[in-house]
Design a protein around this ligand. Structure first.
Ligand SMILES: [Zn+2]
Length: 163
């Protein structure tokens, strides 16, 4: 799929840096960083991956749902469908650029911080906050069933306002 429309970057990056889609060795440019990130994990830097990656990763560590990213893409005039956003998030997760955080059945959150850590989930705001992995001591892990090993242990601590 080819896209002829270009998108307008948000105000965090000067427009002249956004034009750097061609070859170049500019460092510290988010656009360039996204391209390098994709290449590193063997994903072809297509226009849509680049655009979504730029929106995702230019804002530091955060947690987004597909719907949130879709809205941000619309806002940035990136012409993508919700299905494409889903697919891209899952591709990024498969190659380790993102971590999926399962909070409840209906919503998958994707975490741009792919290092080892845990989460607070604030129930009435549907908001995730990081907990450093050193703050949670996991006691005895259960024995995995025959033929399996534990890939990782995610802790979600659910919070609500004191009454
Ligand atoms: Zn996180």
């Amino acid at each position: 799929m080819t896209q002829s429309r270009s998108f307008t970057p948000s105000s965090t990056v000067p427009a002249n840096q956004m034009a750097a889609t061609g070859p170049g060795d500019r460092t510290g440019c988010p656009w360039h960083t996204v391209k390098a990130k994709l290449r590193e994990v063997g994903l072809r830097p297509t226009r849509q991956r680049m655009a979504l990656g730029w929106i995702l990763f230019a804002k530091g560590d955060r947690h987004v749902t597909a719907e949130m990213l879709y809205e941000e893409a619309n806002h940035a005039k990136v012409p993508v469908s919700l299905a494409t956003v889903y697919n891209t998030l899952h591709q990024f997760t498969e190659v380790g650029l993102l971590r999926q955080v399962a909070v409840d059945g209906s919503k998958a959150y994707f975490d741009t911080n792919n290092s080892e850590h845990h989460h607070f989930f604030i129930e009435d705001q549907n908001d995730l906050m990081d907990i450093p992995s050193s703050d949670v001591v996991v006691g005895t892990a259960p024995m995995p069933p025959e033929g399996y090993e534990i890939a990782r242990i995610d802790v979600v601590v659910r919070l609500r306002r004191k009454r």
